[in-house]
Design a protein around this ligand. Structure first.
Ligand code: BTN
Length: 390
């Protein structure tokens, strides 16, 4: 049996003790992680004890070893396997032999499929990640709404993921349209020790975390152009938008109580087929997806796991100087003629002028025709003709 790191299993046990993950979910995460590690789908330690050779797509993992390792009867192991199958896992049971994965589970989004991908990433200080409170829904109105409704009682790091949303929301009251079962729509809860005036740092840090993860996808930038950030938090591939971020929060007079970061990544959909490209995107980048750019599908479970890890690390280092540097390196607005709105575009704009870059507190600096530099801390930016100012 491929052993899992003690940090990983301890994090799951701790999450179960604290009531963050049900015992059943935690056991199935371990089961899925072991089957995944045995088939080489997820990285684990090299030890191979307990694996039995058999013909077929992947090595069999003995039911007896699984049972003793999970502290369960073989019947209970079988029930958990049945549950995993109902979630979409393709697991073959060989009588008298054991179990094996016949297909990867890397495009499923239930906790049982995503948390195993944290196996190789659980470092000291971030061990709790393996047992993060994770709620999965086939469909919900909006993951932001679902998480906000429980935000007062849930711990920092809680995640809500849905295969599809019926009322996905974008910034400034716009809709967010994703394709069920194809994209990533999820929200994460944070309890940062920040003053409300610093909330925009969170927004920038989410955009940076997403960009950093997308930059690790092989071939993406070669195919689609560089990953860029359109202040404050649209993530672009070349000139097209691949990810939108909506932060919503609750605050007391002098501190943020919680913030929900809602993230929509166009992964395997074809956004132009769903939404159409063109006039409605005037001044704003038209949408694209990872699949459209790469020409092949991207498995969503490891991508989501990477995003959760990167987000957590970025939030742990909000004051780090490389946050602004990272944003500046990816900023697509500098040198362009922009108009900033704080409400719908039919409202009076806040300012129009040339984007000068990102200021020391993460604000967008805009120079008006009169030569005044206006710092903007919140707003939506439209770009005139997405081309550099002469
Ligand atoms: C935007 O670019 O306008 C922001 C889009 C944010 C979309 C995400 S999808 C998950 C979460 N739930 C929502 O209803 N919206 C956010």
């Amino acid at each position: 049996m491929q052993r899992l790191s003690p940090t990983f299993t301890e994090a799951l046990s701790e999450a179960t003790r604290r009531g963050l993950l049900s015992l059943g979910t935690s056991r199935r995460v371990v089961l899925a992680a072991r089957l995944g590690a045995a088939s080489g789908l997820i990285s684990g330690p090299a030890s191979e004890t307990g694996l039995e050779s058999a013909s077929g797509p992947g090595p069999l993992v003995s039911g007896k070893v699984l049972a003793s390792d999970l502290g369960l009867s073989r019947t209970a192991v079988h029930k958990h396997v049945e549950y995993l199958r109902a979630l979409g896992f393709a697991i073959e049971a060989v009588p008298g032999g054991g179990y094996r994965l016949v297909r990867p589970f890397d495009d499923l989004l239930a906790a049982e499929a995503v948390l195993p991908f944290l196996l190789g990433q659980v470092e000291p200080g971030f061990a709790w990640l393996a047992g993060l409170p994770y709620r999965y829904a086939e469909v919900c109105e909006s993951t932001n709404e679902a998480l906000k409704s429980g935000a007062d009682s849930l711990p920092s790091g809680a995640v809500v993921v849905a295969e599809g949303q019926t009322k996905g929301r974008g910034r400034l009251g716009r809709d967010w349209i994703s394709q069920r079962g194809k994209d990533l729509t999820f929200s994460v809860l944070m309890r940062p020790s920040l003053a409300p005036a610093q909330a925009h740092l969170l927004s920038l840090s989410v955009a940076l975390a997403v960009s950093e993860v997308l930059e690790t996808i092989p071939g993406l930038q070669e195919q689609a152009g560089t990953v860029g950030i359109k202040w404050p938090n649209d993530v672009l591939l070349g000139e097209k938008k691949v990810c939108g971020i909506l932060l919503e929060g609750s605050m007391d007079v002098d501190r943020l109580r919680w913030v929900v970061a809602g993230i929509g990544v166009n992964v395997n959909s074809d956004p132009t087929a769903v939404r159409g490209a063109g006039a409605e995107w005037l001044g704003r980048p038209s949408p694209t997806s990872l699949k459209v750019c790469l020409g092949h599908s991207v498995p969503r479970a490891p991508l989501l796991a990477d995003l959760l890890v990167r987000l957590t690390k970025r939030w742990a280092e909000l004051e780090a100087t490389d946050l602004l540097q990272g944003i500046r390196e990816r900023d697509v607005l500098t040198g362009r003629r922009v108009t900033v709105f704080t409400g719908p575009p039919e409202n009076e704009p806040l300012v129009t002028g040339e984007a000068l870059g990102i200021g020391p507190e993460g604000q967008l600096l805009v120079r008006t025709v009169a030569g005044t530099t206006v710092p903007v801390f919140a707003g939506d930016v439209t770009v005139q003709a997405m081309q550099a100012v002469e």
